[in-house]
Design a protein around this ligand. Sequence first.
Ligand code: DAH
Length: 343
Amino acid sequence: MSQQAFEKANQLQAEIEAANPASIEELEQFRIKYLGSKGMLRGLFGEIKTVDNDRKREFGQLINAIKESSETKFRSLLDGLEAKADTGKGDLDLSAPGEPFPIGSRHPVSILMNRIVEIFERIGFVVAEDREIEDDWHNFTAMNTPADHPARDMQDTFYLMNDPAMLLRTHTSSVQSRVMTSQKPPIRIIAPGRVYRNETISARSHCQFHQVEGLYVDENVSFADMKQTLYYFARELYGDTKIRLRPSYFPFTEPSAEMDVYWGLKDEIDHKITKGTGWLEVLGCGMVDPEVLENCGIDSKKYTGFAFGMGIDRQAMLKYRISDIRYLFENDVRFLKQFSSAI
Ligand code: DAH
């Protein structure tokens, strides 16, 4: 009698070892057939009663071993098949190619501002950045524009409601007074940044825009130095062109000038770009007024300097053929994406 039960057990063991379910469904059939509550292993436990007493213990150990190895086999098959079904859904595959990482785009104003800064850095100017919420003194008074000065009307100012001595800077010239009150000459800075003026928003003007300011203070700095520096700049940015300086007025420079770059009439279809003159107004500049140097604690008998300031947004519009300044501030990705390849 015992012999038969042992043979059954060995046969079942061989059968289970040979089974090779290839899918989750086949594995489930395997489980039901061998491990289920009505499965063949259960049946084998029923055979115990047919085994002779002196071999019961041996038989019990055998079928327990079969049961354990069957369960182990089931679990490892299940793990394998589930992992297969899951491929790409969380299993870490170190050999898989990386997910493409979308590269953002640079704003056209940043592109141009970075280029301008880089052009001046090449000849020894260093970047200076300062606050946008500024006090009246640094923005106006130090820059030779006291409270009753008519030039204040040229720059409609946003004052802070709870503190009228504070304002949103109307130009990056405020960085000049910040730097001159905290550093000793030689000073050679380039200051990019955002500025604000209380102007009606239209296709051509906005209440916020961008400027780049330059300042050079040292012994024996001359108007000729300024002209040559600006000529170098114009050629680096606009290519093989010429410049002209027209006399102008700014409270913080004496003498003052405006610089035009020759653009030509080639794009002058609607006479909007250069108003039919071929010349593009690019920046304001001049020799730093001795009054400004003194206001900032710099000896105007020993030092002289030149300064310049330019708007970025109009130049960016021209360069990248943007028809409406408001696009620059709307952050519409359809607009911004067009500049993704530019650095
Ligand atoms: N701050 C002037 C403006 O916003 C521009 C300017 C003119 C800056 C002449 C300068 C300068 O540094 O020398 O209109």
